[in-house]
Design a protein around this ligand. Structure first.
Ligand code: BV8
Ligand code: ZN
Length: 243
């Protein structure tokens, strides 16, 4: 653990902060049994991202991409939020200004009760029609392949931001507002590899926020943060935000 602040100092700062922003990645859901992207049990282990999480891959072979998402939907459907997700809901209710930016598409923050959030990479439980653009919730496990739009018959795709695709403008604007106005940015369970989310820590740092990281290992953020706590999110986040 490399930090200039003790865990209890950060806990007290979080308890008294008027405005808190949180950025999460796959590591917060690892404790719910969902594999991360780049770890030893990583989702990408058996595939290369460009093979599946890209518009070209989907154009080339939509059935293969849907098979991968069906496998993930089936895996996620059986998982529950963990104590770290729940602690962030407590923080959302406690802090006057709170916003959660998640890179995760698993929907566990929403399932835990988070409402002030941007799912900047989309949500695996939403589908979007490639023809008429309609976005719908879809919880079918498995979803029949190839899935078609109920209103126009067009091919449905996951409502997820793939590599090479831009994030939704309102998500970027809402995230930047939260990063530029927070007193504390808490970064939980992300390797800090994927842009533009990987640049969010410096946006907060530039305006003088206290930046705190919770991760199993050092990451690309570690050199920049004011406090870095190494351990499992489900163990550390409830210590930072006692119920
Ligand atoms: C875009 C959907 C504009 C798929 C995902 C510079 C600027 C802009 C873009 C780029 C740029 N450089 C490169 C790019 C392109 C690209 C990019 O960033 N590539 C990377 C690989 C270099 N970015 C994009 O394409 C983005 N689009 O910027 O639009 C544009 C348009 C055209 C051309 C250029 C730019 C879109 C990015 C979104 C991609 N979609 N997901 C799907 O999920 O099906 S990304 C994917 O990675 C997931 O969403 C995931 O959330 C995300 C980040 O990964 P992490 O969450 O950090 O997960 P990871 O496994 O890496 O790490 C887990 C961490 O948890 C580890 O640190 C581990 O130690 C820790 N951990 C594990 N267990 C625990 C734990 N911590 C605590 N407790 C535990 N128990
Ligand atoms: Zn349609």
């Amino acid at each position: 653990m490399t930090t200039r602040y003790s865990l209890s100092e950060i806990r007290d700062r979080l308890a008294n902060a008027r405005s808190v922003t949180v950025l999460t990645g796959a590591g917060i859901s690892a404790d719910s049994g969902i594999p991360t992207f780049r770890g030893a049990d990583g989702l990408w282990k058996n595939y290369r991202p460009e093979e599946l999480a890209s518009p070209d891959a989907f154009a080339r072979n939509p059935a293969l991409v849907w098979e991968w998402y069906n496998w993930r939907r089936e895996l996620i459907a059986a998982k529950q939020p963990n104590a770290a997700h729940t602690a962030l809901v407590t923080l959302e209710h406690r802090a006057e200004n709170f916003w959660l930016i998640t890179q995760n598409v698993d929907g566990l923050h929403r399932a835990a009760g988070s409402r002030k959030l941007s799912e900047i990479h989309g949500n695996i439980w939403k589908v979007r029609c490639t023809q008429c653009g309609i976005v719908e919730d879809n919880h079918a496990v498995p979803i029949p392949i190839p899935p078609t739009c109920s209103s126009c018959g067009g091919l449905l795709r996951p409502h997820i931001v793939w590599f090479g695709e831009s994030l939704a403008r309102e998500d970027i604007e809402r995230s930047l507002h939260a990063l530029r106005s927070c007193e504390i940015l808490l970064i939980i369970g992300t390797s800090g590899v994927v842009y533009p989310a990987a640049s969010f820590a410096s946006v907060a740092k530039e305006q003088g926020a206290l930046v705190v990281e919770v991760n199993l290992d050092p990451t690309s953020h570690t050199s920049l943060v004011d406090a870095s706590f190494h351990g499992r999110a489900k163990d550390l986040v409830p210590l930072l935000v006692p119920g």
